[in-house]
Design a protein around this ligand. Structure first.
Ligand code: MRU
Length: 340
Protein backbone atom coordinates (compact mmCIF):
# COMPACT_ATOMS: atom_id res chain seq x y z
CA UNK A 1 0.00 0.00 0.00
CA UNK A 2 1.13 3.58 -0.65
CA UNK A 3 0.21 6.54 1.54
CA UNK A 4 -0.16 9.83 -0.35
CA UNK A 5 -1.37 12.18 2.45
CA UNK A 6 -4.68 12.90 0.65
CA UNK A 7 -5.32 9.30 -0.31
CA UNK A 8 -4.35 5.69 0.21
CA UNK A 9 -3.32 3.61 -2.79
CA UNK A 10 -4.03 -0.10 -2.60
CA UNK A 11 -2.89 -2.78 -5.01
CA UNK A 12 -6.11 -4.67 -5.74
CA UNK A 13 -5.31 -8.18 -4.46
CA UNK A 14 -8.44 -9.56 -6.13
CA UNK A 15 -6.96 -9.03 -9.59
CA UNK A 16 -3.52 -10.51 -8.98
CA UNK A 17 -1.62 -12.16 -10.54
CA UNK A 18 -3.27 -11.35 -13.89
CA UNK A 19 -3.44 -7.60 -13.38
CA UNK A 20 -1.52 -5.10 -11.22
CA UNK A 21 -4.13 -2.47 -10.63
CA UNK A 22 -3.86 0.25 -7.97
CA UNK A 23 -6.97 1.79 -6.44
CA UNK A 24 -6.94 5.30 -4.97
CA UNK A 25 -9.06 5.59 -1.83
CA UNK A 26 -9.96 9.01 -0.46
CA UNK A 27 -12.10 8.29 2.59
CA UNK A 28 -12.55 5.92 5.51
CA UNK A 29 -15.67 4.36 4.00
CA UNK A 30 -13.70 3.46 0.91
CA UNK A 31 -11.02 1.82 3.03
CA UNK A 32 -13.67 -0.12 5.01
CA UNK A 33 -15.17 -1.30 1.74
CA UNK A 34 -11.75 -2.42 0.45
CA UNK A 35 -11.22 -4.47 3.62
CA UNK A 36 -14.71 -6.01 3.41
CA UNK A 37 -14.38 -6.78 -0.31
CA UNK A 38 -10.90 -8.36 0.04
CA UNK A 39 -9.03 -5.71 -1.99
CA UNK A 40 -6.58 -5.61 0.92
CA UNK A 41 -6.02 -8.78 2.94
CA UNK A 42 -3.83 -10.26 5.62
CA UNK A 43 -4.13 -9.32 9.28
CA UNK A 44 -1.34 -6.69 9.52
CA UNK A 45 -2.26 -5.11 6.16
CA UNK A 46 -5.88 -4.80 7.27
CA UNK A 47 -4.79 -3.03 10.47
CA UNK A 48 -2.43 -0.67 8.66
CA UNK A 49 -4.93 0.28 5.99
CA UNK A 50 -7.59 0.88 8.66
CA UNK A 51 -5.17 3.25 10.42
CA UNK A 52 -4.74 5.17 7.16
CA UNK A 53 -8.54 5.13 6.84
CA UNK A 54 -8.83 6.96 10.17
CA UNK A 55 -6.28 9.53 8.99
CA UNK A 56 -8.36 10.07 5.84
CA UNK A 57 -11.48 10.50 7.97
CA UNK A 58 -9.89 13.42 9.81
CA UNK A 59 -8.93 15.05 6.52
CA UNK A 60 -12.46 14.75 5.15
CA UNK A 61 -14.23 15.75 8.37
CA UNK A 62 -16.33 18.83 9.03
CA UNK A 63 -14.47 21.54 10.98
CA UNK A 64 -16.98 21.51 13.87
CA UNK A 65 -17.94 17.80 14.01
CA UNK A 66 -14.51 16.37 13.23
CA UNK A 67 -14.09 14.36 16.42
CA UNK A 68 -17.50 12.72 16.12
CA UNK A 69 -16.96 11.99 12.42
CA UNK A 70 -13.61 10.34 13.06
CA UNK A 71 -15.20 8.21 15.79
CA UNK A 72 -17.94 7.17 13.32
CA UNK A 73 -15.25 6.25 10.80
CA UNK A 74 -13.48 4.11 13.42
CA UNK A 75 -16.76 2.29 14.10
CA UNK A 76 -17.31 1.72 10.40
CA UNK A 77 -13.79 0.36 9.93
CA UNK A 78 -14.17 -1.90 12.99
CA UNK A 79 -17.24 -3.50 11.40
CA UNK A 80 -15.40 -4.43 8.18
CA UNK A 81 -14.04 -7.88 9.18
CA UNK A 82 -14.20 -9.67 12.55
CA UNK A 83 -11.30 -12.11 12.98
CA UNK A 84 -7.94 -10.35 12.52
CA UNK A 85 -7.32 -8.54 15.80
CA UNK A 86 -4.73 -6.27 14.15
CA UNK A 87 -7.69 -4.25 12.85
CA UNK A 88 -8.98 -3.51 16.36
CA UNK A 89 -5.46 -3.06 17.71
CA UNK A 90 -4.68 -0.40 15.08
CA UNK A 91 -8.02 1.38 15.58
CA UNK A 92 -7.41 1.49 19.34
CA UNK A 93 -4.00 3.10 18.75
CA UNK A 94 -5.62 5.67 16.44
CA UNK A 95 -8.34 6.38 19.02
CA UNK A 96 -5.70 7.07 21.67
CA UNK A 97 -4.06 9.65 19.38
CA UNK A 98 -7.43 11.17 18.52
CA UNK A 99 -8.11 11.78 22.22
CA UNK A 100 -4.99 13.96 22.46
CA UNK A 101 -5.95 16.22 19.52
CA UNK A 102 -7.53 19.63 20.06
CA UNK A 103 -8.34 20.68 16.52
CA UNK A 104 -9.07 19.11 13.17
CA UNK A 105 -5.75 20.34 11.77
CA UNK A 106 -3.93 18.72 14.65
CA UNK A 107 -5.90 15.49 14.14
CA UNK A 108 -5.07 15.44 10.41
CA UNK A 109 -1.37 15.67 11.19
CA UNK A 110 -1.24 13.44 14.27
CA UNK A 111 -3.40 10.66 12.86
CA UNK A 112 -1.46 10.54 9.60
CA UNK A 113 1.83 10.41 11.53
CA UNK A 114 0.50 7.58 13.69
CA UNK A 115 -0.71 5.57 10.70
CA UNK A 116 2.70 5.91 9.04
CA UNK A 117 4.36 4.84 12.31
CA UNK A 118 2.10 1.76 12.56
CA UNK A 119 3.06 0.89 8.99
CA UNK A 120 6.78 1.34 9.59
CA UNK A 121 6.71 -0.55 12.89
CA UNK A 122 5.04 -3.51 11.20
CA UNK A 123 7.76 -3.63 8.57
CA UNK A 124 10.43 -3.45 11.27
CA UNK A 125 8.68 -6.24 13.21
CA UNK A 126 8.74 -8.44 10.12
CA UNK A 127 12.48 -8.00 9.75
CA UNK A 128 13.08 -8.76 13.43
CA UNK A 129 10.89 -11.88 13.30
CA UNK A 130 12.75 -13.14 10.24
CA UNK A 131 16.07 -12.76 12.10
CA UNK A 132 14.75 -14.52 15.21
CA UNK A 133 13.25 -17.38 13.22
CA UNK A 134 16.42 -17.82 11.17
CA UNK A 135 18.54 -18.08 14.33
CA UNK A 136 16.11 -20.60 15.77
CA UNK A 137 15.95 -22.76 12.64
CA UNK A 138 19.62 -22.51 11.72
CA UNK A 139 20.45 -24.49 14.87
CA UNK A 140 18.61 -27.54 13.57
CA UNK A 141 19.54 -27.07 9.90
CA UNK A 142 23.27 -27.71 10.33
CA UNK A 143 23.90 -25.71 7.15
CA UNK A 144 21.76 -28.02 5.01
CA UNK A 145 19.00 -26.39 2.91
CA UNK A 146 15.52 -27.73 3.59
CA UNK A 147 11.99 -27.22 2.26
CA UNK A 148 8.99 -25.70 4.00
CA UNK A 149 5.28 -25.57 3.40
CA UNK A 150 3.13 -22.49 3.83
CA UNK A 151 -0.57 -21.66 3.69
CA UNK A 152 -2.44 -18.54 2.55
CA UNK A 153 -0.47 -15.33 1.92
CA UNK A 154 1.76 -13.81 4.56
CA UNK A 155 4.07 -11.78 2.34
CA UNK A 156 4.62 -8.11 1.59
CA UNK A 157 1.03 -7.81 0.36
CA UNK A 158 -0.40 -9.04 3.66
CA UNK A 159 1.78 -6.86 5.88
CA UNK A 160 3.62 -3.54 6.04
CA UNK A 161 6.15 -5.13 3.64
CA UNK A 162 8.49 -8.17 3.64
CA UNK A 163 6.08 -10.56 5.38
CA UNK A 164 5.61 -12.66 8.50
CA UNK A 165 5.86 -16.36 7.58
CA UNK A 166 6.95 -15.35 4.10
CA UNK A 167 9.50 -12.99 5.64
CA UNK A 168 11.04 -16.03 7.33
CA UNK A 169 11.01 -17.82 3.97
CA UNK A 170 12.76 -14.84 2.36
CA UNK A 171 15.39 -14.81 5.09
CA UNK A 172 15.99 -18.59 4.79
CA UNK A 173 16.47 -18.06 1.05
CA UNK A 174 18.94 -15.21 1.63
CA UNK A 175 20.85 -17.43 4.07
CA UNK A 176 21.07 -20.26 1.51
CA UNK A 177 19.01 -22.54 3.74
CA UNK A 178 15.88 -22.79 1.61
CA UNK A 179 15.49 -25.62 -0.84
CA UNK A 180 11.88 -24.97 -1.85
CA UNK A 181 8.59 -23.56 -0.59
CA UNK A 182 5.45 -25.60 -1.09
CA UNK A 183 2.55 -23.16 -1.25
CA UNK A 184 -0.95 -24.45 -0.52
CA UNK A 185 -3.26 -22.89 -3.08
CA UNK A 186 -5.64 -21.97 -0.20
CA UNK A 187 -9.23 -22.48 -1.25
CA UNK A 188 -11.56 -20.71 -1.67
CA UNK A 189 -9.86 -17.34 -2.21
CA UNK A 190 -6.63 -18.89 -3.53
CA UNK A 191 -4.27 -16.57 -1.67
CA UNK A 192 -1.55 -19.20 -2.10
CA UNK A 193 -1.72 -19.39 -5.87
CA UNK A 194 -2.73 -15.84 -6.62
CA UNK A 195 -0.58 -13.99 -4.09
CA UNK A 196 2.09 -16.18 -2.46
CA UNK A 197 3.22 -17.88 -5.67
CA UNK A 198 3.23 -14.45 -7.35
CA UNK A 199 5.31 -12.78 -4.63
CA UNK A 200 7.83 -15.63 -4.47
CA UNK A 201 8.13 -15.88 -8.26
CA UNK A 202 8.81 -12.14 -8.46
CA UNK A 203 11.74 -12.61 -6.09
CA UNK A 204 13.03 -15.81 -7.74
CA UNK A 205 12.42 -17.86 -4.62
CA UNK A 206 11.80 -21.52 -5.58
CA UNK A 207 8.11 -22.24 -5.08
CA UNK A 208 5.93 -25.23 -5.89
CA UNK A 209 2.19 -24.70 -5.81
CA UNK A 210 0.05 -27.55 -4.53
CA UNK A 211 -3.64 -28.19 -4.01
CA UNK A 212 -4.48 -27.98 -0.30
CA UNK A 213 -5.28 -31.70 -0.28
CA UNK A 214 -1.72 -32.54 -1.39
CA UNK A 215 -0.15 -31.35 1.88
CA UNK A 216 -0.46 -34.76 3.55
CA UNK A 217 1.26 -36.52 0.65
CA UNK A 218 4.05 -33.91 0.63
CA UNK A 219 4.67 -34.48 4.34
CA UNK A 220 4.41 -38.27 4.03
CA UNK A 221 7.09 -38.14 1.33
CA UNK A 222 9.40 -36.38 3.78
CA UNK A 223 9.60 -33.33 1.54
CA UNK A 224 9.29 -30.62 4.21
CA UNK A 225 10.88 -30.01 7.59
CA UNK A 226 8.74 -27.06 8.69
CA UNK A 227 5.26 -25.69 8.14
CA UNK A 228 5.42 -21.90 8.53
CA UNK A 229 2.23 -19.82 8.69
CA UNK A 230 1.01 -16.43 9.88
CA UNK A 231 -1.89 -15.66 12.21
CA UNK A 232 -4.96 -13.47 12.45
CA UNK A 233 -5.33 -13.70 16.22
CA UNK A 234 -3.37 -15.44 18.97
CA UNK A 235 -5.03 -15.84 22.36
CA UNK A 236 -3.52 -15.84 25.85
CA UNK A 237 -3.01 -19.62 25.89
CA UNK A 238 -1.26 -19.61 22.48
CA UNK A 239 -4.19 -20.82 20.34
CA UNK A 240 -3.96 -19.42 16.81
CA UNK A 241 -6.69 -18.34 14.40
CA UNK A 242 -5.44 -18.36 10.84
CA UNK A 243 -6.70 -19.09 7.34
CA UNK A 244 -9.06 -22.04 7.08
CA UNK A 245 -7.00 -25.20 6.64
CA UNK A 246 -4.24 -24.21 9.06
CA UNK A 247 -5.61 -26.48 11.81
CA UNK A 248 -5.64 -29.46 9.46
CA UNK A 249 -2.04 -28.75 8.49
CA UNK A 250 -1.00 -28.68 12.15
CA UNK A 251 -2.62 -32.09 12.74
CA UNK A 252 -0.84 -33.45 9.66
CA UNK A 253 2.47 -31.95 10.73
CA UNK A 254 2.29 -33.55 14.17
CA UNK A 255 1.49 -36.95 12.62
CA UNK A 256 4.42 -36.69 10.20
CA UNK A 257 6.93 -35.27 12.65
CA UNK A 258 7.09 -31.99 10.72
CA UNK A 259 7.65 -28.91 12.89
CA UNK A 260 5.10 -26.11 12.98
CA UNK A 261 5.92 -22.40 13.28
CA UNK A 262 3.55 -19.42 13.56
CA UNK A 263 5.03 -16.01 12.75
CA UNK A 264 3.05 -12.92 13.76
CA UNK A 265 3.72 -9.45 15.17
CA UNK A 266 2.58 -8.62 18.70
CA UNK A 267 -0.34 -6.67 17.15
CA UNK A 268 -1.83 -10.11 16.40
CA UNK A 269 -1.76 -11.17 20.05
CA UNK A 270 -5.01 -10.79 21.97
CA UNK A 271 -4.31 -11.45 25.65
CA UNK A 272 -7.89 -10.44 26.50
CA UNK A 273 -9.15 -13.79 25.18
CA UNK A 274 -8.32 -16.88 27.20
CA UNK A 275 -8.44 -19.35 24.35
CA UNK A 276 -9.26 -19.79 20.69
CA UNK A 277 -12.86 -20.80 21.33
CA UNK A 278 -13.69 -17.13 21.95
CA UNK A 279 -12.29 -15.85 18.64
CA UNK A 280 -15.02 -14.62 16.27
CA UNK A 281 -14.60 -16.66 13.11
CA UNK A 282 -15.75 -14.95 9.94
CA UNK A 283 -18.08 -16.94 7.68
CA UNK A 284 -18.48 -15.71 4.14
CA UNK A 285 -21.02 -16.31 1.41
CA UNK A 286 -21.52 -19.73 -0.13
CA UNK A 287 -21.00 -18.35 -3.63
CA UNK A 288 -17.27 -18.06 -2.79
CA UNK A 289 -17.15 -21.88 -2.73
CA UNK A 290 -19.82 -22.64 -5.35
CA UNK A 291 -18.27 -20.36 -7.98
CA UNK A 292 -14.98 -18.98 -9.19
CA UNK A 293 -15.34 -15.59 -10.86
CA UNK A 294 -18.95 -16.30 -11.78
CA UNK A 295 -18.22 -19.78 -13.16
CA UNK A 296 -20.46 -22.30 -11.46
CA UNK A 297 -18.57 -25.22 -9.90
CA UNK A 298 -21.34 -26.77 -7.80
CA UNK A 299 -25.08 -27.27 -8.07
CA UNK A 300 -26.68 -23.86 -7.67
CA UNK A 301 -28.15 -23.44 -4.24
CA UNK A 302 -26.23 -26.36 -2.67
CA UNK A 303 -25.61 -25.70 1.03
CA UNK A 304 -22.09 -24.44 1.72
CA UNK A 305 -20.09 -24.11 4.94
CA UNK A 306 -17.58 -21.30 4.39
CA UNK A 307 -15.69 -20.30 7.54
CA UNK A 308 -12.59 -18.44 6.35
CA UNK A 309 -10.49 -19.06 9.47
CA UNK A 310 -9.96 -21.91 11.90
CA UNK A 311 -8.28 -22.24 15.28
CA UNK A 312 -5.17 -24.33 15.80
CA UNK A 313 -4.73 -25.39 19.43
CA UNK A 314 -1.47 -24.26 21.01
CA UNK A 315 -0.59 -27.89 21.78
CA UNK A 316 0.02 -28.50 18.05
CA UNK A 317 2.51 -25.64 17.68
CA UNK A 318 6.26 -25.90 18.11
CA UNK A 319 6.90 -22.19 18.28
CA UNK A 320 5.29 -18.77 17.92
CA UNK A 321 7.70 -16.10 16.64
CA UNK A 322 6.94 -12.45 17.39
CA UNK A 323 9.16 -9.38 17.23
CA UNK A 324 9.27 -9.44 21.04
CA UNK A 325 10.70 -12.94 21.09
CA UNK A 326 9.83 -16.61 20.70
CA UNK A 327 7.36 -18.73 22.63
CA UNK A 328 8.33 -22.38 22.34
CA UNK A 329 5.63 -25.03 22.95
CA UNK A 330 3.25 -22.13 23.62
CA UNK A 331 0.95 -22.08 26.64
CA UNK A 332 -0.44 -19.48 29.03
CA UNK A 333 2.79 -19.16 31.03
CA UNK A 334 4.94 -18.80 27.92
CA UNK A 335 2.62 -16.21 26.41
CA UNK A 336 2.46 -14.26 29.68
CA UNK A 337 6.21 -14.15 29.92
CA UNK A 338 6.26 -12.07 26.71
CA UNK A 339 2.87 -10.35 26.75
CA UNK A 340 1.57 -9.01 30.01
O1 MRU B 1 -8.84 -13.71 4.47
P1 MRU B 1 -7.45 -13.16 4.43
O2 MRU B 1 -6.83 -13.26 3.07
O3 MRU B 1 -7.36 -11.77 5.01
O4 MRU B 1 -6.63 -14.12 5.40
C1 MRU B 1 -5.25 -13.93 5.53
C2 MRU B 1 -4.65 -14.92 6.45
O5 MRU B 1 -5.31 -15.76 7.02
C3 MRU B 1 -3.19 -14.80 6.73
O6 MRU B 1 -2.62 -16.06 6.86
C4 MRU B 1 -3.00 -14.03 8.04
O7 MRU B 1 -3.72 -12.83 8.00
C5 MRU B 1 -1.58 -13.74 8.31
S1 MRU B 1 -1.02 -12.42 7.27
C6 MRU B 1 0.56 -12.05 7.67
Amino acid sequence: MRWQEHSLELLDQRLLPAEEHWLTIEGASGVAQCIRDMVVRGAPAIGISAAYGVALAARGADDRRWREEVHDAIDELAASRPTAVNLFWALEKMKQVLETCNSRDEAIQQLADKAVAIHQEDLAANLTMADLALDFMADTAAGQPFSVLTHCNTGALATGGYGTALGVVRRLHEAGLLKRVFADETRPWLQGSRLTAWELSQDDIPVTLNADGAAAAIMAAGEVRWVIVGADRITANGDVANKIGTYGLAVLARHHNVRFMVVAPSSTVDMSLESGGSIPIEEREGTEVREIRGIQLAPSGVAVFNPVFDVTPASLLDVIVTEKGLVESPDLAGMRSLFR
